[in-house]
Design a protein. Structure first.
Length: 432
């Protein structure tokens, strides 16, 4: 058996090296980084190349790389000279996508208008136009654009999910459910589609189907009722994200299509109760704002608290950066705050311990500098045993906060913020 494995391993290694046998060390490094989707490493390579000799193709590729890691401002900075001297469609399209992600709809609108005048049969452009209208709150116009994209054979999963999201925002849950079920039954869906489907099932009082999907998709298999009740009390306008491109990987041929990973609508989780249409009001008194009351069950300081805080591992494809983590003392406990230049979708996950709060931050990852903030929090906040960020391997980051006290009231809210940050997520921990 060992001989067979050795032969197989030799064959694999030989196959990998064959295509690179005549390549330079630099080419081999770039090839490996490309296969690993290590965009940060590729950015370093192409910045060095361009510092020696600037050229349009490599500058455009660098702009794509910045788009893929969620640094849309840098992407546009390096793209600007190309747009200025050559109004190539691919340059303008990437620029429009960056503007939309940055929330600069007024800058994106004339670009899309110009592109559509020249190529009105392009489904991707119509889908992007729909995203723009949706972000401006023009849901009917957005739906029309998405339908146009669908008729032009643009990616069906993306377009149908976006159309369903428009129905959700207009509280037409049955219509949204029917769209999403068509994707789900054909096994053509991303995580966002599943979350939105469960949301529409809950809003149409189909709790049995919602519970089955939650368990089948392992959204919260041990406590599906907690997710059901949180969705029952969730406004569709609290948070949404539309997809403007197909998730893809950069390959050695330098794919021209930037990727944007799907994100679910914000979902917040509350204590488990028996699910029934008439009991959603029963839990209202237990909730504080949009937070999650954690007051019963098991608690152990040692669970999740043992061992040092590990640095965030890996790189999430197309992730939006969580730029800053701050902390402060409150009259009843501690307050943590996350800051980002981009909107962040998240859910408060069903509790595993009464002293543990977990947020799933979709398509997001912390900046490396946040690790120092994590360590500082432990020194200045004795009530907090651990704050860590974990790559869950499916495009999301789990933020885990472990408190010393067992009876913790955790309240998670959003706040308006100015300056360079668009997003502020506040986590209030109150100790009884």
């Amino acid at each position: 058996m060992k001989k067979i494995l050795s032969i197989v391993m030799l064959a694999v290694l030989t196959g990998c090296s064959g295509g690179l046998s005549n390549a330079t060390d630099a080419d081999q490094k770039e090839y490996i980084l490309t296969q690993l989707n290590d965009y940060q490493g590729l950015i370093e390579i192409y910045r060095n190349k361009l510092s020696v000799k600037d050229n349009d193709d490599e500058r455009y590729y660098l702009s794509q790389l910045y788009n893929k890691i969620g640094d849309y401002s840098s992407s546009n900075i390096y793209l600007a000279p190309l747009v200025e001297k050559n109004k190539d469609k691919k340059y303008l399209l990437l620029q429009a996508k960056n503007y939309i992600e940055l929330g600069q709809e007024d800058n994106a609108a004339p670009i899309l208008k110009e592109l559509l005048l020249k190529d009105e049969s392009n489904g991707e452009l119509w889908n992007l136009q729909g995203v723009l209208f949706a972000q401006q709150g023009h849901y009917s116009e957005a739906t029309t654009s998405f339908e146009k994209a669908r008729g032009l054979f643009y990616n069906e999963e993306i377009v149908i999910n976006n159309i369903a999201m428009m129905a959700i925002l207009q509280q037409d849950y049955q219509k949204a459910r029917d769209y999403l079920l068509s994707l789900y039954s054909r096994k053509k869906y991303q995580p966002q589609t599943v979350y939105n489907l469960v949301y529409t099932l809950v809003k149409t009082n189909d709790y049995a189907s919602a519970r089955k999907v939650i368990i089948d998709e392992k959204l919260s298999p041990s406590n599906p009722d907690a997710l059901i009740h949180s969705l029952a009390n969730l406004s569709p306008r609290e948070q949404f994200h539309l997809r403007n491109s197909t998730p893809s990987k950069m390959n050695a041929q330098k794919d021209d299509t930037p990727a944007s990973k799907a994100q679910p609508s914000q979902i917040e989780s509350h204590p488990s109760l028996e699910a029934s249409p008439n009991k959603s009001e029963d839990i209202t008194s237990q909730l504080e704002s949009s937070g999650d009351t954690i007051s019963s069950g098991t608690c152990s300081e040692k669970v999740f608290a043992e061992g040092p805080i590990a640095s965030f591992v890996g790189n999430i494809h197309g992730a939006k950066e969580i730029a800053k983590l701050t902390s402060a003392h409150s009259t009843r406990g501690d307050r943590l705050a996350l800051y980002s230049a981009y909107p962040i979708n998240f859910i408060v996950m069903p509790k595993v311990r009464d002293n543990v709060l977990e947020l799933e931050l979709f398509n997001s990852q912390p900046a490396k500098s946040i690790y120092q903030s994590q360590m500082s929090i432990l020194k200045s906040h004795p009530g907090i045993l651990k704050v860590e960020f974990i790559n869950n391997g499916s495009g999301s980051t789990i933020m885990r906060v472990v408190a010393k006290e067992c009876n913790v009231l955790a309240n998670v809210t959003r706040a308006s913020v100015g300056g360079k940050y668009k997003e502020k997520i506040i986590i209030d921990l109150s100790y009884k």
